[in-house]
Design a protein around this ligand. Sequence first.
Ligand code: GLY
Ligand code: MN
Ligand code: MN
Length: 446
Amino acid sequence: MSARPQKTTHRGDEFAHRRAALMRHMGRDSIAIVPAAPVRRRNNDVEYAYRQDSDFHYLTGFGEPESVAVLIPGRAQAEYILFVRDRDPARETWDGHRAGPAGARRSYGADDAFPITDMDEILPGLMENRTKVFYAMGIYPEFDQRVVGWVNGLRTQARNGRHPPQEMVALDQVLHELRLHKSRAEIGLMRESARIAARAHVRAMRFCRPGRTEYEVMAEIVHEFRLHNADTSYHPIVGSGANSCILHYHENDQRLREGDVLLIDAGCEHRYYASDITRTIPVGGRFTPEQRAVYEVVLEANRAAIAKVRPGNHWNEPHEAAVRVVTQGLVKLGLLKGRPSKLERDGAYRRFFMHRTGHWLGMDVHDVGDYKIGDEWRVLEPGMVLTVEPGIYVPVGARGVPKRFHGIGVRIEDDVVVTRTGAEVLSEGAPKDADEIESLMAAGHG
Ligand code: GLY
Ligand code: MN
Ligand code: MN
């Protein structure tokens, strides 16, 4: 991502607000330490494209690696300190612009900033006399060692009158609660991310036809993402025929055949916010009767689940609604036999619908935030964003199932915001009505 300051719609203060909210939760006798994501090597001296850590981005908007943010609530000289790479004209020729400490103060609102190379010298002094250290242990093991080293260093010097922190607190618990509730600006970004991904799905529907390949469809999708300054938020799943029943299919290397369905699960990341959309279409432009029958059940489940997304309902209600519709549908299709209420209770639907109906969505595709509070499902509140993605998968060779259903995998996945009065579907730009898909594909083929 760009190393330039992130100036986003009325977000000038957005990052400052988040830091202030976190510091209120932390209380005065504490310090938080938040490292940037490390650079990851792909092989030899080639690196993966750098992606800032979501927590770090959330608090700083600062896109450079080798940086550490420190929050010290109530500290008079400086509450917000950034350690960053120094300016270095030679390195910047190779790797691009660096803000440097001066830029970190000027453009990113740091009260103070230092070269990252001075951190070992400065940070222990900042931790001294603070009782609690808020830190997310276990995400970056190498950095964990440094934090432990600083604390232990202070402990061994306690006899010299230095005061080491007494308590490590899981920063992720507090921070992820904040991240779960999206601001207006964040929802604006997620709307845009979903809009781009929906356009990519429409493009794929127009492009799809027998004889083309899964990877060509993926290329169309990625092309649309890149056209809008977005990239994949996860490896796209483009599975035709039998592959539509492989939940995490990723080879995307088969030729598309008339009479098969094509399941496309593809979302983008735009300015750090993810979308995650699945559509299932007929390769030849018309669903077979069996495909359509399965499709209509999944679509009804998708709609029933979305209808349960509203404030006051709990996390599992959309899933329960989807399970009910899918179970009844499977009985109607003849794929399950028995009383729907009993099949539901026994979990018989899991043979064909083996995943949950959704997950939180945000900067991470499977975003942070607890699904339960204690033993209870969490209650939905305005500003939470989730996916709704029921599916039915009938693999080739499914025993006791008529052959004409084999190799039909259908998932319909939308991105949904809980609003004050109900829900907003961010991914509605991608058609999901079966007739609408067929006419869009017919036009595409024209
Ligand atoms: N694309 C991953 C998921 O749907 O959860
Ligand atoms: Mn998905
Ligand atoms: Mn998903």
